[in-house]
Design a protein around this ligand. Structure first.
Ligand code: PGA
Length: 285
């Protein structure tokens, strides 16, 4: 059987950067510089910039030659769809503004004491509003030094997905409903990236955890991204790993030159996968 090909994804997490006035221009510039076939591009600006970014990427000037546009994502959602939660934003409120969202980013785990259980509820809230979810997991440096990186990430994946229905989180015709970003905490914003081989080892561990949770098609349906000091200079290390499907980019996602280099390299992997799929199809009796 020919498995559907996992998409290649480059998602930019702008964190708490850009004003609405700046965000549209930045999105337009990045869009025009990253028009590469086969790469799913997602920009995740601050909530207040979602509308400006959405408007900026709605035109044909950011579309890749194959017609693929840029998706807009949020950086977080609340675990309830409405209620007395001052200052929070629910998944339902993002209708018309975003089609993706990040949940479980380590900065929110750290600053807002988010637990795996709560992140799991955010994931379900996001899905109930139809958002495609990027779930972040990753170990601290002390965990890696002590040899427990895999067990920590395994526990996070299981904790966040304990209440989820695996059958409802596979890909649909337009893309993955669930993507997992492996982001070692010690690599985020530090300029110190993980090695491609370590990211690939973790991708294997994450897919094993998914399989044991009942995600029967985890290998085909769930893209796994690497995140943590990704740049145009080191993206190759990750994109050469067949188990890694792209990157969640922080600091470098604010720099059009960097995004151009990262998406261009991701495009080579996308092309290679498409060619591999085509030749497998041809060989089919
Ligand atoms: P970084 O951030 O690329 O700046 O390390 C990645 C992230 O936090 O998603």
């Amino acid at each position: 059987m020919i498995h559907p090909m996992r998409p290649v994804i480059v998602a930019g997490n702008w964190k708490m950067h850009t004003t609405p006035a700046e965000a549209g221009d930045l999105a337009r510039t990045i869009g025009a510089r990253t028009r590469v076939d086969g790469v799913t591009r997602v920009l995740c600006p601050p909530f207040v910039c979602l509308a400006a970014v959405g408007a900026a990427v709605s035109g044909p000037e950011v579309a890749a030659p194959d017609g693929t546009g840029i998706a807009v994502g949020a950086q977080d959602v609340h675990h309830e769809l409405a209620g007395a939660y001052t200052g929070s934003t629910s998944a339902a409120m993002l209708a018309g503004l975003a089609t993706w969202t990040i949940v479980g980013h380590s900065e929110r785990r750290r600053d807002d004491c988010e637990t795996d259980e709560q992140i799991g509820r955010k994931l379900l809230a996001a899905r109930s509003a139809g958002l495609r979810v990027i779930l972040c997991v990753g170990e601290q440096l002390a965990d890696r030094d002590a040899g427990r990186a895999v067990s920590v990430v395994d526990r996070q994946v299981r904790g966040c997905l304990a209440a989820a229905d695996p059958g409802a989180l596979g890909a649909d015709a337009d893309g993955p409903r669930l993507t997992i970003a492996y982001e070692p905490v010690w690599a985020i914003g530090t300029g110190r990236n993980a090695r491609g081989a370590d990211a690939a080892e973790m991708a294997g561990a994450i897919r094993a955890a998914l399989a044991s949770l009942g995600f029967a098609n985890a290998g085909e349906d769930i893209p796994i991204l690497y995140g943590g000091s990704v740049s145009s200079a080191n993206i190759d290390e990750f994109m050469t790993e067949p188990s890694i499907d792209g990157a969640l980019v922080g600091g470098a996602s604010l720099k059009p030159d960097e995004m151009a280099g990262i998406v261009a390299r991701a495009g080579l992997t996308a092309q290679g996968r498409a060619a591999g799929l085509a030749s497998r199809r041809k060989r089919r009796p």
